[in-house]
Design a protein around this ligand. Structure first.
Ligand code: ADP
Ligand code: MG
Length: 729
């Protein structure tokens, strides 16, 4: 009895690792081979052009038309040598993933032939016919023009035969239709605000860069098994499947030996990532079986975001070549851990100072405390928005389950830093500042040991944890574009730092010495932001009650959480620092609600199909076999004995009937509930209906499918089981 399931399982278990020839060179020799970085700019551009371009990259200076032409020409010559024949504006619309439309370098030569050419005009701006990208109503199709514009701060690169140019994507009326445009605005805002605050400590600071180091978690599944699971194929997660008897309870996968097939994939991925200039560094097994993690060295936020998007598409491509599919969904399997994307975030100056790292002197530590406390204030004031920035239909499965950060944003600082803040809060300014002889004033802020940098007291349940020289935003989803979280966080920080400067300057104007003024404001902020600090167990029910008392956002419904984007304090924040206006926020929310609805809608349809095409037919067939057996028992045994001997089978027959009738009835109900929800015109209300009425049905139906999986003959079951999907040999 050979069904598809057995064939794919056999193939998966006998699959050999794909041998990939190791690169002949060392990583430093092939790193950024396919990136038009400064080294290549220098080589391929006239020196005048090189200088103008680097000035534009570093200082945002505008590029003249003739310079753009020269840059484009240099890029094309470099790309052609690598075999590129096409170019594309590579942008990040409000869907998941990236978008690209390829054009060849060819132009008419005016003599009936063609030449390879690439002009500055084409480099700088394009008009993709992008009317079918989600835009939340900003662009009605009749005015479908949006344009993509080159972002010189992220270098162009070559993938296969195409020169990829990172761009923003904007409507003709100026509103952003992507992630990159508001991200760049947020980064500029936080740069400006943080630089101004840095001037209290060092007038030479000219620029502050926000850094991002992401850690990408993912699952790998054998491609054959994946193809035999329509739910994985169409929704990215399993909508059914009973837990394997063994999964992660022995904790033997985490940091364990990497299976050879997976190791081959990882090596291949790393080489290709390095060639694209992504500084990948760390790889290991994660907690769940078949779950892994990859992390690069942190980079400036905009570049790190692009690199993460690029890495995710690279992973998808390379996984296929190795006979795998990569699952970036936050919760592909019930009962084992889901995947996140920790966003390690910090600010650093052009003078080489990491502002979230403790220093050696008292003054450095006052600066450190200043930035930590302002971060706490920003996160406190906008905790609801930060949650909204990482929320999605898929990440909702992970948040709030007892594995990932809870659906309440709080911040963990560790005992040492908490103690320092408590001390500052309790002491008076006079206690903190003494006259320190010829060095002028002396700050009595307790020494913050350097040791803090490798602080080991970690709290895995905290969604926003201080980890020595940075904050780690752990609630971000594995599939998400990091930009969403980074836009919210950097904008909140910018707004907060502007407020801080305002408050400190007000005291200075009243005659307070600068350090006194800073300490007074910091102390006030420590007091105000206290509710966001939480060092305990984020999974506990006590915390949920406590967080409610503290006034933190405890909403759990995904579509309702999105309301935060339109809260008055959010709109004021985004508008005051010039990142997004109300119209853009409104449009983006429309997209979020619509996407939420569609995701649940697709899951509901897929589950309905699975039920009618796989589950019920198989269960019924097995049931008939049992019924057949019961009849035959009647013919060979006396009635009473036959009844006794068939009792077990009769029980199973009844059980199958109960489950299948429940399933059928509820699939019908689900269809009806969808019809009702689909009639709702308002996108928010529709999403809420899908959340409240349809999403729970998926779980209820699944419960009965999973029960059937346990009792139906394994030989007849058509869909690969968890124990097969989750254990790569
Ligand atoms: P862990 O699993 O212990 O959190 P990893 O080494 O897996 O640590 O990942 C830590 C991530 O944080 C890496 O991407 C690293 O480059 C990044 N990182 C380290 N320091 C900073 C910093 N100051 N700012 C931003 N990211 C940082
Ligand atoms: Mg981490």
């Amino acid at each position: 009895m050979s069904n598809l399931r057995f064939r794919v399982v056999e193939k998966a278990f006998n699959a050999e690792p794909l041998e990939v020839a190791a690169p002949a060179q060392r990583p430093d020799e092939y790193f950024a081979k396919y990136v038009f970085n400064r080294e290549k700019m220098f080589k391929y551009l006239p020196s005048r052009v090189f200088e103008k371009l680097t000035n534009a990259m570093d200082n945002g200076a505008a590029l003249d038309r003739d310079i753009a032409d020269a840059v484009a020409d240099g890029m094309r010559r470099w790309a052609s040598e690598l075999g590129a024949t096409h170019y594309t504006h590579w942008f990040q619309p409000l869907t998941e993933g990236t978008a690209e439309k390829h054009d060849a370098f060819v132009e008419h030569d005016g003599k009936g032939g063609v030449i390879e050419e690439f002009s500055g005009k084409l480099l700088v701006q394009q008009e993709p016919d992008a009317s079918s990208f989600p835009n939340g109503g900003i662009r009605n199709t009749f005015e479908a023009r949006g344009y993509s514009a080159w972002d010189p701060s992220s270098p162009v690169f070559v993938v296969d035969d195409t020169l990829c140019i990172p761009t923003v994507f904007i409507a003709y009326t100026g509103e952003s239709l992507d992630y990159k445009a508001p991200l760049l605005r947020a980064l500029r805002a936080v740069d400006k605000a943080a630089t101004a605050v840095c001037h209290y400590f060092d007038p030479d600071v000219r620029r502050v860069t926000a850094y991002l180091g992401w850690e990408q978690e993912y699952f790998l599944v054998d491609a054959g098994l994946y193809a035999a699971r329509p739910d994985l194929l169409l929704t990215g997660r399993t909508l059914m499947g009973h837990e394997a008897s063994k999964n992660q309870q022995l904790e033997d996968h985490y940091f364990g030996a990497i299976p050879t097939r997976v190791a081959a994939f990882m090596k291949d991925l790393e080489v290709q990532a390095l060639e694209l200039g992504i500084p990948v560094k760390t790889r290991h097994n994660e907690v769940a079986p078949n779950q892994f993690e990859l992390a690069p060295i942190f980079e400036p936020c905009n570049l790190a975001v692009d690199h993460n998007m690029l890495l995710m598409s690279l992973m998808r491509k390379i996984a296929r070549q190795h006979g795998f599919r990569v699952l970036l969904h936050e919760k592909p399997f019930k009962g084992v851990n889901g995947s996140g994307k920790h966003n390690n975030w910090s600010l650093g100056t052009d003078t080489g100072v990491l502002l979230m790292a403790p220093g050696r002197t008292q003054e450095e530590n006052l600066r450190f405390i200043t930035f930590i406390v302002n971060t706490l204030m920003a996160v406190y004031r906008h905790n609801g928005l930060l949650k909204a920035s990482i929320m999605s239909a898929t990440n909702a499965h992970r948040l709030g389950a007892n594995e990932a950060p809870p659906a309440i944003i709080s911040s963990f600082l560790g005992t040492q830093l908490s103690r320092v803040l408590d001390h500052m809060e309790e002491s008076s300014t006079d206690d903190l500042i003494g006259l320190g002889g010829k060095h002028g004033l002396k700050l009595d802020i307790p020494q913050i040991p350097e040791l803090l940098i490798d602080n080991t007291d970690r709290n895995r349940t905290s969604p926003f944890a201080f980890t020595g020289n940075r904050f780690e935003f752990r609630a971000v989803g594995s599939e998400a574009n990091c930009a969403s979280a980074m836009i919210a966080l950097n904008t909140a920080m910018a707004e907060q730092l502007i407020q801080f400067k305002h408050d400190v300057d007000a005291l200075i104007e009243q005659g307070e010495p600068k350090v006194n003024a800073i300490i007074q404001v910091v102390r006030e902020y420590i007091r105000q932001s206290k509710p966001i600090r939480f060092d305990g167990n984020g999974y506990s029910d006590e915390w949920k009650a406590e967080a409610q008392r503290r006034g933190l956002d405890c909403e759990t419904s995904c579509p309702v959480i999105f309301d935060q984007y339109l809260a008055p304090e959010t709109v004021a924040m985004f508008e005051s620092v010039g990142v997004m206006n109300r119209k853009e926020l409104r449009a983006r929310n429309e997209v979020k609600w619509e996407t939420y609805t569609k995701k649940i809608q697709i899951e509901a349809r897929v589950l309905g199909d699975l039920v009618m095409n796989h589950i019920v037919p198989v269960a019924t067939k097995y049931q008939s076999k049992l019924i057949d057996n019961v009849y035959k028992m009647q013919s060979i045994f006396p009635a009473e004995e036959a009844n006794r001997l068939s009792a077990q089978n009769l029980a199973i027959i009844r059980e199958i009937a109960e489950h299948t009738s429940y399933i059928k009835e509820h699939v019908d109900n689900m269809v009806e509930a969808r019809k009702v929800a689909n009639r709702i015109a308002d996108e928010r209300e529709k999403a809420v209906a899908y959340h409240d009425n349809i999403a729970p049905m998926l779980e209820q139906i699944r419960y009965h499918i999973d029960k059937l999986e346990l009792i139906v003959d394994d030989q007849m079951w058509t869909l690969p089981k968890y124990r097969e999907l989750l254990f790569i040999r």
